[in-house]
Write a protein that binds this ligand. Structure first.
Ligand SMILES: [Cu+2]
Length: 271
């Protein structure tokens, strides 16, 4: 299971925590008398680098809370804090869930792929600003389902033009923290322009709706618009002080470059 130390039983499972003494004060729920593993561990995969992985612990949350309570009621907090491995996650004594940081704080999306989704990262912090892990899964709510939906794992998908606020909420040991992100979703325009006054395409990336047109305006320096993605329209040959337009009938991301100037490149996203 993700987030579980190899020498440690699953949270809520009975089994030995290899290398660690049995924890006193835990409810003896097993007929075999073996102790609970007290610690849901954050592994390299489930640690601070990937705080959304706290979702993985959703099903063990209640049992985990029972463990924590048992430890506070007379267990060995040091054992619990150090854990039976290298993770050390869970709520230490005195830690109170205080803030929930949701990033990105704003998401500018298109109503159609590509670019119509964003994945939220949720970081829980205590009253001292220290990151807390292993707290279970945040709940997500959304005030405008016509604009966006949000999945259990925090993936936002835009559905229509407008603005929505997505709120993440997490409760641990009776303390609830929330955080929000503002989603703005737009319909891609039917036309876009790219300038090349010198040795760069500006903007480097443009967005058009499916069937839309992009026009390149080339200045005093010779350039090409040479597409490198499958399904692209015909490339624009070397031109100077001229413009060229291409229609994009297919959805997708189409990269291009100037065949004369290495490093001069851009892309068209067709939604
Ligand atoms: Cu060029």
């Amino acid at each position: 299971m993700v987030g579980s130390h190899s020498s440690c039983a699953e949270p809520g499972e009975r089994g030995q925590c290899a290398g660690w003494p049995a924890v006193t004060g835990l409810p003896a729920t097993g007929t075999d008398g073996s102790p609970h593993c007290p610690i849901p561990l954050a592994s390299a995969q489930g640690g601070k680098d990937h705080p959304i992985s706290i979702v993985k612990w959703e099903q063990s949350l209640l049992e985990e809370a029972d463990h924590a309570q048992a430890i506070r009621n007379g267990g060995n907090a040091t054992h619990r804090r150090d854990g039976c491995g290298d993770g050390g996650s869970g709520i230490d004594q005195g830690q109170v869930l205080t803030t929930l940081e949701v990033s990105p704080p704003t998401a500018a999306l298109f109503t159609v792929a590509p670019g119509n989704t964003a994945v939220l990262t949720i970081v829980a912090k205590d009253q001292r600003g220290e990151v807390m892990t292993g707290l279970g899964s945040p709940r997500f709510s959304n005030d405008n389902s016509a604009v966006a939906s949000v999945s259990l794992d925090g993936t936002i998908t835009a559905a229509g033009a407008g603005t929505a606020r997505v709120t993440a909420s997490l409760t641990a040991d009776g303390a609830t923290a929330t955080g929000t992100t503002t989603v703005s979703a737009q319909v891609a325009p039917a036309a876009a322009s790219v300038n090349a006054p010198e040795l760069a395409f500006q903007p480097q990336s443009v967005d058009v709706s499916m069937g839309g047109t992009v026009t390149w305006f080339i200045g005093d320096i010779h350039h090409t618009v040479t597409f490198t993605s499958p399904g692209s329209p015909a490339s624009v040959p070397e031109i100077r002080n001229a413009s060229a337009a291409r229609a994009f009938p297919n959805q997708g991301t189409f990269a291009y470059q100037c065949s004369i100037h290495p490093g001069m490149h851009g892309s068209v996203k067709v939604h």
